[in-house]
Design a protein around this ligand. Structure first.
Ligand code: RB5
Length: 144
């Protein structure tokens, strides 16, 4: 995916990993919209998932990344939007597959489950892998 604009958000469980991801994305020349949260105060992950999903629906960002403790809540909340295909991944291969087969446009990560190196490897795979198309096109069309 040749992504130029990306929206990112986390709840309180993912603030530090979010910062590391933002640094890595900016180093690659990607314009990043940080939609929060930016402190340790407890917040509700649906609010942040919805902010990233809306930025994709509105065309402000081409892709999104969501981080919470497990990544589970973020993925459930983001997938309420028909335009969003959010994938919760745990390693590089699952991050590659969510692009190759599912054309995922939002990557969800669990900051309490992944080390930073693995999470950043997932991000690298997500932004550098193209959708395979072909037989996967019709399957994706059935979800929209
Ligand atoms: C917050 O404590 C935690 O529930 C949240 O980060 C996430 O793991 C939810 O799915």
């Amino acid at each position: 995916m040749t992504v130029k604009t990306l929206a990112i958000a986390s709840d309180h469980g993912g603030v530090e990993l979010k910062s590391a991801i933002i640094d890595a994305l900016k180093e690659r020349g990607i314009e990043v919209f940080d939609l929060g949260t930016n402190g340790s105060a407890s917040v509700d992950y649906p609010d942040y998932a919805q902010a990233v999903a809306k930025s994709i629906v509105d065309g402000k960002a081409e892709a999104g990344i969501l981080v919470c403790g497990s990544g589970i809540g973020m993925s459930i909340a983001a997938n309420r939007f028909p335009e969003v295909r959010a994938a919760l991944v745990h390693d590089r291969l699952s991050a590659e597959l969510c692009r190759l087969h599912n054309n995922a446009n939002v990557l969800c990560l669990g900051a309490r489950l992944l080390g930073d190196a693995t999470a950043l490897d997932c991000v690298d795979a997500f932004i550098s892998t193209d959708f395979e198309g072909g037989r996967h096109e019709g399957r994706i069309a059935k979800m929209s």
